[in-house]
Design a protein around this ligand. Sequence first.
Ligand code: ATP
Length: 251
Amino acid sequence: MELKATILRYESLPSTNTEAANQARRGAPEGLCIVARAQTQGRGRQGRTWASPPGAGLYFSIVLRPRIEARWWPLLSLLGALASRDALREACALVADIKWPNDLLVEERKIGGVLAEVIETELGRACILGIGLNLRDGAFPREIRATATSVERVSGEAPDTETVLQALVRAIADWYGALHAPAGPERICREWEASSSYAFNRRVRATVGSETIEGLTRGLELDGALRLETEDGRIERIYSADIVSLRGVAG
Ligand code: ATP
């Protein structure tokens, strides 16, 4: 299973995910990458905004057409986080933590995010894997100044966008290959657990719609759900939620 990447570069787009989705709907092959110097309507999860000032970050989306069972598709967003972490390590010598499911944190601040969207196309179902990495200290909007960071801020040096892009594409191809190999889902989950301080023994509150669940994290299910042990000893499986860390690490 080899992923062949083709990169299309744009000065500015509303959203690299939207552009990649439009091209995928028209039949673009797997491996098409859309990169923009700026996004005017960059998106996060649940309709949130991803601030994308010109030249400040890597704004990237790739078209994937996975040949795996439907139940493993949620792992694609974890794969995006792993690949981002690898790219930051290789291209910027930075160690990023992963907050479930796929925020990248350095010094507890967000340096990157992943947005995986599943769409129907004329060639079948596709996943658009979008990744935003803050490389330079662009003008972050006021709302995120206290919670966001960039490679430049934490390492004192602005990385070369192209180097980060090449490392990211390589890492996605590697993990995508691993996902399609025997025991692929297991490898992705174990690697995610090894890379995230949120994987085990972290006291968190998960908000799922109007419901909140508190508990200690107990690793991942093979389909990427976060296992939370509640006070009465039950294991809850969290598929889509906002997670807040309550206090450090517990036993
Ligand atoms: P949260 O980070 O609150 O847990 P989330 O994981 O759902 O939310 P995403 O959808 O990945 O977040 O990203 C959107 C959120 O990230 C925005 O609501 C904003 O708080 C923050 N954000 C937006 N742009 C950036 C950026 N360039 N760098 C860091 N954080 C950002």
